[in-house]
Ligand binder design. Structure first.
Ligand SMILES: Cc1ncc(COP(=O)(O)O)c(C=O)c1O
Length: 478
């Protein structure tokens, strides 16, 4: 197998690799990728020991000359070992991502052909493949024909565009009296989006939640009324279709009714929960999602594709044009046929990666049913582990799964909050030390809890049995 430095390929134009070198690079990469993926179940669920020393050891000035590529690949895989194994079956922390291999291949193709999909005219067929993906998502949530959207780098970016779209739709250019309402459980990307969109941080109102961590509609209505009296301009309600803390789903129908009555924009953060719409149970739990004016939905969560693909959908695509369209003389002619989309007209980006292929390929290869079944399995696993934990003395479940998050703590009769928090932290450390699963904690009010979030396509019952065994062992050792 050739493993020559690329500079030997063609001394005159060294960046233009020869066919054998291109093949060798992919083969050499594959020779490392396949064993890496096959070993994921045996890799520690997380190991970042020595991370700082490793990071510092990698600092270097810009290279003037390059070595052969194989040692560079080795370096990348060596460095990879110090990390959360976010694509492995034991990663039950935060919101697990995925990493289906299909998308890695799609991205290789997309990057190798490097066509321009920001404007329709530059690659009509490829732009249409991405438009198909957006349309499939719209159909999945029950959006009408007037809906539209685009793929983003993730949920945070989608929320930023949603806030700007809502602002353009409901507020004047001088928008600093505009206020945004969301629960005290909402993902912090909403606060960041508001900040980036130019709102004072205090204009994001945090509304209390009920015992199931859902926004309290009565408190929300009171807040809006009070703000109107004080001369604010309430314009946006952000509901959660699956919170990060506990997977809580707000009363989306109630929020939609309230937003309609108040003439406000209703955005649903469905970054984590949205793809459960593919399942019967998810559709029941997420009833009302289709009434949101906009929603964010992360394929790099619920569709298991690698990090880097989120999406924003809006019920009326014209609102996206109003918020994002800016023209320039040097641009090619944009489409006036509503069926043909120029993504640069409805989104913040101009040049950007061809994200659509990475979603299109796995769905086309398997059909959507396979994804629905995988998500159904996660709902079952979440119920299974919760049932097991309920049998354990000294554990208190504070959040039963509304989707696939369970939150619990160690609590014994007569214990103070501090004792419970300390023991729960110790249990979390003990479980993670075994490295078969990686769990993270969070605060629910002043109660420290351990969360189990199941979303990886690689997590199955065998791993949840390990998770249960490690919790039992950790409890016994407390
Ligand atoms: C509920 C929720 N919303 C939004 C986000 C932000 O998404 P991203 O990390 O893709 O920017 C996350 C991330 O985990 C999330 O869990």
């Amino acid at each position: 197998m050739t493993d020559q430095p690329s500079s030997l390929d063609n001394p005159e134009y060294p960046l233009e690799l020869s066919a054998p070198t291109m093949r060798a690079m992919v083969e050499q990469a594959m020779a490392r990728i396949v064993p890496h993926i096959e070993s994921l179940p045996e890799q520690p669920a997380s190991d970042t020991t020595g991370g700082e020393a490793l990071a510092l050891s990698l600092r270097e000035p810009i290279p003037r000359q390059g070595p052969a590529f194989a040692p560079l690949f080795d370096e990348v895989f060596r460095v990879t070992r110090t990390s959360f194994t976010a694509s492995g079956p034991g990663y039950l922390a935060y919101i697990p991502g995925g990493g289906v291999f299909h998308t890695a291949v799609a991205d290789l193709i997309a990057d190798a052909i490097n066509r321009y999909v920001g404007v329709w005219a530059a690659a009509p067929g490829l732009a249409q493949l991405e438009a198909n993906v957006v349309r499939w998502f719209c159909d999945m949530v029950g959006y009408p024909e007037s809906a539209g959207g685009f793929l983003t780098s993730g949920g945070s970016f989608a929320t930023l565009s949603a806030v700007v779209t809502a602002r353009r739709r409901h507020l004047p250019e001088d928008f600093l009296r505009g206020t945004i309402y969301t629960s005290d459980q909402v993902h912090h990307s909403v606060h960041k989006a508001a900040l980036l969109a130019g709102f004072p941080t205090a204009n994001v109102r945090s509304v209390p939640t009920d015992d199931d961590f859902r926004i309290r509609l009565d408190a929300l209505a009171d807040h809006i009324a009070g703000d109107r009296q004080e001369g604010y301009q309430p314009f946006l309600i952000v509901g959660s279709a699956g919170t990060t803390n506990t997977g809580a789903v707000d009363d989306l129908t109630g929020l939609a009714d309230l937003a309609e009555r108040e003439n406000m924009w209703f955005h649903a953060d469905a970054a984590y929960g949205g793809f459960f719409m593919l399942t019967d149970r998810g559709r029941q739990g997420l009833a009302g999602l289709e009434r949101a004016d906009s929603l964010s939905l992360d394929p790099h969560k619920g569709l298991f594709v690698p990090y880097g693909t989120g999406s924003l959908l809006v019920k009326d695509r014209n609102t996206l044009v109003q918020a994002h369209s800016v023209s320039a003389d040097y641009m090619p002619t944009l489409q006036d046929n509503a069926d043909l989309v120029d993504f640069c007209e409805i989104s913040p980006e101009l040049s950007r990666p061809f994200r659509g292929l990475g979603v299109w390929l796995p769905i086309k290869m398997h059909g959507i049913e396979v994804f629905a079944q995988a998500l159904d399995e996660k709902l079952d696993l979440s119920q299974w582990i919760t049932n097991q934990l309920e049998q354990l003395e000294g554990l208190e479940i504070l959040a039963h799964p509304q989707l696939t998050v369970t939150a619990f703590r160690v609590m014994r009769p007569g214990w103070s909050l501090d004792e419970s928090n300390r023991a729960t932290r110790s249990l979390l450390d003990a479980v993670n030390r075994r490295r078969r699963v990686y769990l993270t904690g969070t605060m629910l009010d002043d109660r420290f809890v351990i969360r189990i979030c199941i979303l990886s396509f690689r997590t199955h019952l065998d791993r949840m049995v390990m998770c249960y065994e490690d919790i039992v062992a950790g409890l016994e050792a407390l």
